[in-house]
Design a protein around this ligand. Sequence first.
Ligand code: UDP
Ligand code: MG
Length: 310
Amino acid sequence: MKLLSVVVPCWNEEEVIPFFYKEMHKTMEEFRVSYPDTSFELIFVDDGSKDRTLSLVKELAEKDPCIRYISFSRNFGKEAALYAGFENSKGDYVVCMDVDLQDPPALLPEMYEAVVNEGYDSAATRRVTRKGEPLIRSFFARRFYRLMDRICATEVVDGARDYRIMTRQMTDAVLSMGDYCRFTKGIYGWVGFRTKWLEFENIERVAGETKWSFWKLLIYAIEGIIAFSTFPLEMMSWTGGILTFLFFVFSVVGGIFLYLGIWPMVPLIIGVIGFFSSLNLFFLGIAAWYLSKTYLETKNRPMYIAKEMT
Ligand code: UDP
Ligand code: MG
Protein backbone atom coordinates (compact mmCIF):
# COMPACT_ATOMS: atom_id res chain seq x y z
CA MET A 1 0.00 0.00 0.00
CA LYS A 2 1.11 3.56 -0.75
CA LEU A 3 0.01 6.54 1.31
CA LEU A 4 -0.69 9.94 -0.23
CA SER A 5 -0.77 12.86 2.24
CA VAL A 6 -2.65 15.98 1.21
CA VAL A 7 -1.78 19.07 3.27
CA VAL A 8 -4.41 21.81 3.23
CA PRO A 9 -3.73 25.12 4.99
CA CYS A 10 -6.91 26.90 6.12
CA TRP A 11 -7.38 30.29 7.66
CA ASN A 12 -10.96 31.43 8.20
CA GLU A 13 -12.30 29.21 5.45
CA GLU A 14 -15.68 28.07 6.83
CA GLU A 15 -17.37 29.04 3.56
CA VAL A 16 -15.20 26.90 1.31
CA ILE A 17 -14.50 23.79 3.38
CA PRO A 18 -17.74 21.98 2.41
CA PHE A 19 -17.07 22.66 -1.30
CA PHE A 20 -13.50 21.52 -0.94
CA TYR A 21 -14.37 18.30 0.80
CA LYS A 22 -17.00 17.47 -1.80
CA GLU A 23 -14.50 17.89 -4.66
CA MET A 24 -11.73 16.12 -2.81
CA HIS A 25 -14.01 13.24 -1.94
CA LYS A 26 -14.83 12.79 -5.61
CA THR A 27 -11.13 12.71 -6.49
CA MET A 28 -10.41 10.20 -3.72
CA GLU A 29 -13.17 7.93 -5.03
CA GLU A 30 -11.61 8.09 -8.51
CA PHE A 31 -8.26 7.14 -7.01
CA ARG A 32 -9.80 4.14 -5.31
CA VAL A 33 -10.69 2.82 -8.76
CA SER A 34 -7.58 3.76 -10.74
CA TYR A 35 -4.99 3.26 -7.96
CA PRO A 36 -6.41 0.60 -5.62
CA ASP A 37 -3.06 0.34 -3.83
CA THR A 38 -3.10 4.00 -2.74
CA SER A 39 -4.79 5.37 0.35
CA PHE A 40 -5.23 8.98 1.43
CA GLU A 41 -4.45 11.07 4.47
CA LEU A 42 -6.05 14.51 4.38
CA ILE A 43 -4.32 16.90 6.78
CA PHE A 44 -6.12 20.17 7.45
CA VAL A 45 -3.90 22.77 9.07
CA ASP A 46 -6.04 25.35 10.83
CA ASP A 47 -3.88 28.46 10.90
CA GLY A 48 -5.51 30.09 13.93
CA SER A 49 -8.94 30.61 12.35
CA LYS A 50 -11.43 32.74 14.21
CA ASP A 51 -14.49 31.30 12.47
CA ARG A 52 -15.97 27.77 12.38
CA THR A 53 -13.13 26.29 10.29
CA LEU A 54 -11.85 24.02 13.06
CA SER A 55 -15.26 22.73 14.11
CA LEU A 56 -16.15 21.97 10.49
CA VAL A 57 -12.90 20.05 10.10
CA LYS A 58 -13.58 18.15 13.31
CA GLU A 59 -17.04 17.20 12.06
CA LEU A 60 -15.52 15.89 8.83
CA ALA A 61 -12.86 13.98 10.78
CA GLU A 62 -15.55 12.15 12.73
CA LYS A 63 -17.18 10.97 9.51
CA ASP A 64 -14.07 10.26 7.48
CA PRO A 65 -11.18 8.36 9.11
CA CYS A 66 -8.63 9.59 6.56
CA ILE A 67 -8.94 13.16 7.85
CA ARG A 68 -6.44 14.54 10.36
CA TYR A 69 -5.93 18.06 11.60
CA ILE A 70 -3.48 20.38 13.30
CA SER A 71 -4.75 23.58 14.85
CA PHE A 72 -2.40 26.48 15.59
CA SER A 73 -2.57 28.62 18.72
CA ARG A 74 -2.75 31.71 16.47
CA ASN A 75 -2.28 32.73 12.84
CA PHE A 76 1.30 31.83 11.88
CA GLY A 77 0.89 32.26 8.13
CA LYS A 78 0.53 29.86 5.22
CA GLU A 79 4.24 29.04 5.07
CA ALA A 80 4.21 27.83 8.68
CA ALA A 81 1.00 25.88 7.98
CA LEU A 82 2.66 24.08 5.07
CA TYR A 83 5.70 23.28 7.20
CA ALA A 84 3.52 21.85 9.97
CA GLY A 85 1.57 19.76 7.46
CA PHE A 86 4.73 18.36 5.87
CA GLU A 87 6.31 17.67 9.25
CA ASN A 88 3.30 15.70 10.44
CA SER A 89 2.59 13.86 7.21
CA LYS A 90 3.33 10.16 6.95
CA GLY A 91 2.76 9.66 3.23
CA ASP A 92 5.12 8.23 0.63
CA TYR A 93 3.98 11.18 -1.46
CA VAL A 94 2.95 14.57 -0.15
CA VAL A 95 0.67 17.11 -1.80
CA CYS A 96 0.03 20.68 -0.75
CA MET A 97 -3.15 22.32 -1.94
CA ASP A 98 -5.20 25.45 -1.14
CA VAL A 99 -8.64 24.89 0.29
CA ASP A 100 -10.41 27.44 -1.96
CA LEU A 101 -10.42 25.12 -5.03
CA GLN A 102 -8.08 27.43 -6.95
CA ASP A 103 -5.90 24.32 -7.00
CA PRO A 104 -8.23 21.84 -8.72
CA PRO A 105 -8.22 18.36 -7.10
CA ALA A 106 -9.12 16.99 -10.56
CA LEU A 107 -5.48 17.57 -11.58
CA LEU A 108 -4.26 15.21 -8.88
CA PRO A 109 -4.32 11.95 -10.90
CA GLU A 110 -2.07 13.50 -13.55
CA MET A 111 0.31 14.81 -10.88
CA TYR A 112 0.35 11.46 -9.11
CA GLU A 113 1.08 9.66 -12.36
CA ALA A 114 4.18 11.84 -12.86
CA VAL A 115 5.78 10.84 -9.57
CA VAL A 116 4.61 7.24 -9.47
CA ASN A 117 5.15 6.10 -13.04
CA GLU A 118 7.10 8.75 -14.94
CA GLY A 119 10.12 8.98 -12.67
CA TYR A 120 9.72 12.58 -11.50
CA ASP A 121 10.43 13.61 -7.91
CA SER A 122 7.77 16.24 -8.02
CA ALA A 123 4.93 17.56 -10.15
CA ALA A 124 4.07 21.22 -9.77
CA THR A 125 1.47 23.48 -11.29
CA ARG A 126 1.58 26.92 -12.81
CA ARG A 127 -1.23 29.01 -14.09
CA VAL A 128 -0.72 30.38 -17.54
CA THR A 129 -3.28 33.17 -17.23
CA ARG A 130 -4.06 35.55 -14.43
CA LYS A 131 -7.64 36.01 -15.54
CA GLY A 132 -9.89 37.44 -12.83
CA GLU A 133 -7.01 38.97 -10.90
CA PRO A 134 -6.75 42.75 -10.44
CA LEU A 135 -4.59 44.19 -13.24
CA ILE A 136 -2.22 46.02 -10.95
CA ARG A 137 -1.63 42.80 -9.01
CA SER A 138 -0.79 40.85 -12.17
CA PHE A 139 1.50 43.63 -13.34
CA PHE A 140 3.57 43.67 -10.17
CA ALA A 141 3.54 39.89 -9.93
CA ARG A 142 5.08 39.66 -13.41
CA ARG A 143 7.73 42.28 -12.55
CA PHE A 144 8.53 40.40 -9.39
CA TYR A 145 9.12 37.10 -11.14
CA ARG A 146 11.30 38.78 -13.76
CA LEU A 147 13.38 40.46 -11.05
CA MET A 148 13.68 37.20 -9.11
CA ASP A 149 14.83 35.48 -12.26
CA ARG A 150 17.60 38.05 -12.74
CA ILE A 151 18.98 38.31 -9.24
CA CYS A 152 18.45 34.90 -7.67
CA ALA A 153 20.53 31.84 -8.36
CA THR A 154 17.48 29.78 -7.41
CA GLU A 155 14.75 29.46 -9.98
CA VAL A 156 11.33 30.81 -9.04
CA VAL A 157 8.81 30.01 -11.76
CA ASP A 158 6.37 32.69 -12.95
CA GLY A 159 2.79 31.85 -12.11
CA ALA A 160 3.82 28.83 -10.03
CA ARG A 161 1.22 27.88 -7.48
CA ASP A 162 1.94 26.18 -4.22
CA TYR A 163 -0.04 23.21 -5.55
CA ARG A 164 2.40 20.34 -5.97
CA ILE A 165 3.15 16.72 -5.22
CA MET A 166 6.50 15.54 -3.90
CA THR A 167 8.13 12.27 -3.02
CA ARG A 168 8.93 11.63 0.62
CA GLN A 169 12.61 12.26 -0.15
CA MET A 170 11.92 15.72 -1.55
CA THR A 171 9.51 16.54 1.30
CA ASP A 172 12.24 15.68 3.80
CA ALA A 173 14.65 17.91 1.88
CA VAL A 174 12.16 20.79 2.10
CA LEU A 175 11.76 20.13 5.82
CA SER A 176 15.53 20.10 6.31
CA MET A 177 15.52 23.77 5.35
CA GLY A 178 14.69 25.31 8.68
CA ASP A 179 14.35 28.94 7.46
CA TYR A 180 12.22 30.80 9.96
CA CYS A 181 11.40 33.45 7.36
CA ARG A 182 10.10 30.94 4.86
CA PHE A 183 9.61 31.48 1.15
CA THR A 184 8.46 28.05 0.04
CA LYS A 185 8.42 28.89 -3.67
CA GLY A 186 12.16 29.52 -3.46
CA ILE A 187 12.78 26.52 -1.23
CA TYR A 188 11.33 24.14 -3.83
CA GLY A 189 13.74 25.52 -6.40
CA TRP A 190 16.67 25.43 -4.00
CA VAL A 191 16.33 21.77 -3.04
CA GLY A 192 16.37 20.80 -6.72
CA PHE A 193 15.03 17.42 -7.89
CA ARG A 194 13.23 16.66 -11.16
CA THR A 195 9.97 18.52 -11.43
CA LYS A 196 7.27 18.14 -14.04
CA TRP A 197 5.30 21.34 -14.68
CA LEU A 198 1.61 21.14 -15.42
CA GLU A 199 -0.19 24.20 -16.69
CA PHE A 200 -3.73 25.35 -16.17
CA GLU A 201 -5.93 28.44 -16.52
CA ASN A 202 -6.45 30.58 -13.48
CA ILE A 203 -9.54 29.67 -11.46
CA GLU A 204 -11.21 32.05 -9.05
CA ARG A 205 -11.85 30.92 -5.50
CA VAL A 206 -15.27 29.26 -4.95
CA ALA A 207 -16.28 31.39 -1.97
CA GLY A 208 -14.84 33.65 0.70
CA GLU A 209 -12.11 36.20 0.07
CA THR A 210 -8.39 36.16 -0.61
CA LYS A 211 -6.25 36.55 2.49
CA TRP A 212 -3.64 38.55 0.62
CA SER A 213 -3.88 42.30 0.33
CA PHE A 214 -1.63 44.13 -2.11
CA TRP A 215 0.67 45.23 0.75
CA LYS A 216 0.89 41.75 2.21
CA LEU A 217 1.93 40.48 -1.22
CA LEU A 218 4.49 43.24 -1.66
CA ILE A 219 6.11 42.43 1.68
CA TYR A 220 6.01 38.72 0.77
CA ALA A 221 7.79 39.52 -2.52
CA ILE A 222 10.49 41.58 -0.78
CA GLU A 223 11.00 38.85 1.77
CA GLY A 224 11.30 36.31 -1.04
CA ILE A 225 14.09 38.34 -2.61
CA ILE A 226 15.86 38.73 0.71
CA ALA A 227 15.58 35.03 1.45
CA PHE A 228 17.10 33.96 -1.86
CA SER A 229 19.32 36.78 -3.06
CA THR A 230 22.09 38.92 -1.61
CA PHE A 231 22.09 41.09 -4.71
CA PRO A 232 20.51 44.14 -3.00
CA LEU A 233 23.36 44.12 -0.46
CA GLU A 234 26.01 43.79 -3.13
CA MET A 235 24.34 46.51 -5.18
CA MET A 236 24.86 48.89 -2.25
CA SER A 237 28.61 48.50 -2.34
CA TRP A 238 28.80 48.66 -6.14
CA THR A 239 26.74 51.83 -6.29
CA GLY A 240 28.83 53.29 -3.47
CA GLY A 241 32.03 52.52 -5.36
CA ILE A 242 30.86 54.00 -8.64
CA LEU A 243 29.52 57.14 -7.00
CA THR A 244 32.73 57.64 -5.04
CA PHE A 245 34.67 57.70 -8.28
CA LEU A 246 32.18 60.02 -10.03
CA PHE A 247 32.21 62.45 -7.15
CA PHE A 248 35.93 62.49 -6.96
CA VAL A 249 35.93 63.73 -10.55
CA PHE A 250 33.05 66.09 -9.74
CA SER A 251 34.98 67.62 -6.80
CA VAL A 252 38.07 68.25 -8.88
CA VAL A 253 36.08 69.88 -11.69
CA GLY A 254 33.91 71.76 -9.17
CA GLY A 255 37.06 73.03 -7.42
CA ILE A 256 38.46 74.39 -10.66
CA PHE A 257 35.13 76.03 -11.61
CA LEU A 258 34.78 77.53 -8.14
CA TYR A 259 38.28 78.96 -8.42
CA LEU A 260 37.25 80.54 -11.72
CA GLY A 261 33.98 81.75 -10.09
CA ILE A 262 31.66 80.40 -12.79
CA TRP A 263 29.49 77.78 -10.98
CA PRO A 264 26.19 78.53 -9.12
CA MET A 265 27.22 76.46 -6.14
CA VAL A 266 24.40 76.75 -3.56
CA PRO A 267 21.47 74.97 -5.31
CA LEU A 268 23.85 72.38 -6.63
CA ILE A 269 25.21 71.63 -3.16
CA ILE A 270 21.73 71.39 -1.67
CA GLY A 271 20.68 69.00 -4.42
CA VAL A 272 23.71 66.80 -4.03
CA ILE A 273 23.43 66.66 -0.24
CA GLY A 274 19.72 65.87 -0.43
CA PHE A 275 20.26 63.13 -2.97
CA PHE A 276 23.01 61.45 -1.01
CA SER A 277 21.33 61.57 2.35
CA SER A 278 18.29 59.89 0.82
CA LEU A 279 20.42 57.31 -0.95
CA ASN A 280 22.20 56.58 2.33
CA LEU A 281 18.94 56.08 4.13
CA PHE A 282 17.62 53.85 1.36
CA PHE A 283 20.71 51.64 1.48
CA LEU A 284 20.71 51.61 5.23
CA GLY A 285 17.13 50.41 4.95
CA ILE A 286 18.15 47.50 2.72
CA ALA A 287 20.86 46.51 5.17
CA ALA A 288 18.41 46.84 8.03
CA TRP A 289 15.99 44.51 6.26
CA TYR A 290 18.65 41.81 6.03
CA LEU A 291 19.67 42.47 9.61
CA SER A 292 16.10 42.08 10.85
CA LYS A 293 15.78 38.75 9.03
CA THR A 294 19.11 37.58 10.45
CA TYR A 295 17.89 38.61 13.89
CA LEU A 296 14.71 36.56 13.51
CA GLU A 297 16.65 33.53 12.26
CA THR A 298 19.09 33.60 15.19
CA LYS A 299 16.31 33.57 17.77
CA ASN A 300 15.49 29.98 16.84
CA ARG A 301 11.82 30.37 17.55
CA PRO A 302 9.51 27.50 16.66
CA MET A 303 7.88 27.85 13.23
CA TYR A 304 4.42 27.27 14.71
CA ILE A 305 2.69 26.27 17.93
CA ALA A 306 0.01 23.60 17.70
CA LYS A 307 -2.80 23.87 20.18
CA GLU A 308 -4.65 20.75 19.10
CA MET A 309 -3.88 17.92 16.74
CA THR A 310 -5.01 14.42 15.87
N1 UDP B 1 -3.82 30.70 4.32
C1 UDP B 1 -3.33 30.31 5.56
N2 UDP B 1 -2.81 31.27 6.39
C2 UDP B 1 -2.72 32.59 6.04
C3 UDP B 1 -3.19 32.95 4.75
C4 UDP B 1 -3.73 32.00 3.93
O1 UDP B 1 -3.38 29.13 5.91
O2 UDP B 1 -2.24 33.39 6.84
C5 UDP B 1 -4.39 29.68 3.41
C6 UDP B 1 -5.81 29.94 2.93
O3 UDP B 1 -6.76 29.46 3.82
C7 UDP B 1 -5.84 29.22 1.59
C8 UDP B 1 -4.41 29.37 1.10
O4 UDP B 1 -3.62 29.67 2.23
O5 UDP B 1 -6.12 27.84 1.72
C9 UDP B 1 -4.27 30.47 0.03
O6 UDP B 1 -4.84 31.67 0.48
P1 UDP B 1 -5.68 32.64 -0.46
O7 UDP B 1 -6.62 31.85 -1.30
O8 UDP B 1 -6.26 33.69 0.39
O9 UDP B 1 -4.51 33.24 -1.36
P2 UDP B 1 -4.56 33.55 -2.94
O10 UDP B 1 -5.04 32.28 -3.61
O11 UDP B 1 -5.51 34.68 -3.10
O12 UDP B 1 -3.14 33.87 -3.28
MG1 MG C 1 -6.77 31.37 -3.25
